[in-house]
Design a protein around this ligand. Structure first.
Ligand code: ATP
Ligand code: LTN
Length: 332
């Protein structure tokens, strides 16, 4: 199977990104042909710091490698280095109805945030974001896209566009499928467990970043919002905070939710929080250590991206020629 996914170099990676996406990528790499991109062109659709952007890209690459992606097995590349992504996005935009983009949940959420800031305007890149994402996926004839729940709507969009293109110009693209976890596809904020844990949340207390120190982890988990009850039971609607902590515990420990509930049956919220903090520290500290080591290895990181660029470029070029031919465009 062909697997494609990506993350934006837009901030520190949190345990939602890790559990629902990147950790699974590493698990898929042995049995599939995988491409994992650092999607920098998506990250510039919101306010970003151009001066520090390269550093952010290197940090994300270090995360990919620290989590176990093996550049000998998978293709790791920087999206903006393959021009075909932007080119295909333009071509796909010509068959995309405007209202499909306007109804996307992420567009509505992000543009509301922008509208709330004085002097800020909503840029067209934010609206066109799903088209670029569809181009990323379709360019490589992807079968499976492992992502968190929040991206499923965008993959549905990529499926619709693939079908539409195939109908209009003849069979060209594979119709990809999203792969999401049954439990943990949406890790919630520690401050407001009705909202997803998000990189762009201004309140850093809402996220556990995979590079957080022991002190940060203990503080954030101990202050995380729960409820006034006492029972440790999974109920995402009535006990959103506790359910989120149980989900995180379950995914890091490898226990099911049922086993996790049983483990905490005669314990209180404080004990759950303490055990969860210890587990997070145990699981995250080796990853943090590796990230720090890799961040200093600039030449190696450059090499990894260069090898990936060459592999991705070959596929992208040939796909683009097919697409252009089908659309009656010149390939010279
Ligand atoms: P933002 O929340 O600021 O939009 P992001 O955290 O979604 O950013 P990405 O780097 O684009 O940033 O996401 C990488 C992957 O992490 C995607 O597959 C996304 O679905 C997943 N993901 C993001 N947040 C969560 C979450 N809270 N729970 C589970 N998965 C998540
Ligand atoms: N929008 C995605 C990142 C992304 C992506 C992709 C994920 C861009 N292109 C292609 C899977 C496949 C997000 O996680 N926010």
């Amino acid at each position: 199977m062909k697997v494609f996914s990506g993350a934006q170099p837009s901030g520190k990676i949190h345990i939602g990104n890790y559990l629902a996406a990147i950790k699974n990528w590493a698990e898929l790499q042995d049995k599939n042909e995988c491409l994992f991109s650092i999607v920098d062109l998506h990250a510039i659709t919101v306010d970003y710091d151009a001066e520090n952007f390269e550093k952010k890209i290197n940090q994300l690459l270090a995360v990919y490698l620290a989590i176990g992606l093996d550049p000998e097995k998978v293709t790791i590349f920087l999206q903006s280095e393959i021009k075909e992504h932007s080119e295909l996005a333009w071509l796909l935009s010509t068959i995309t109805p405007l209202n499909e983009l306007q109804r996307m949940t992420q567009f509505k959420d992000k543009s509301e945030k922008v509208a709330g800031k004085s002097g800020a305007t909503i840029n067209a890149g934010l609206l066109n974001y799903p088209i670029l994402m569809a181009a990323d996926i379709l360019l490589y004839q992807t079968d499976i896209v492992p992502v968190g729940q929040d991206q499923v709507q965008h993959i549905e969009f990529a499926r619709t566009i693939a079908r539409k293109f195939n109908k209009k110009f003849g069979q060209t693209f594979k119709v990809p499928e999203a792969k999401v976890l049954k439990i943990g596809a949406k890790i919630m904020s520690l401050v407001d467990p009705t909202k997803k844990m998000s990189k762009s949340d201004e309140n850093q207390e809402s996220c556990i970043y995979i590079t957080d120190s022991e002190k940060d982890i203990k503080r954030k988990i101990s202050r995380s919002v729960t409820d006034s009850g006492k029972k440790i039971k999974y109920d995402a609607k009535k006990k959103a905070g506790i359910s989120n902590l149980l989900t995180i515990y379950s995914l890091f420990s490898g226990k099911t939710i049922k086993e996790t509930e049983k483990h905490f049956i005669n314990k209180n919220y404080k004990q759950l929080k303490e055990e969860l903090s210890d587990l997070l520290i145990e699981k995250l500290s080796p990853i943090s250590k590796k990230i720090k080591e890799l961040e200093g290895r600039d030449i190696y990181l450059k090499e990894v991206l260069e090898i990936g660029r060459k592999k991705a470029q070959k596929i992208a070029k040939s796909s683009m020629e097919t697409v252009k031919r089908k659309m009656g465009l010149s390939i010279n």
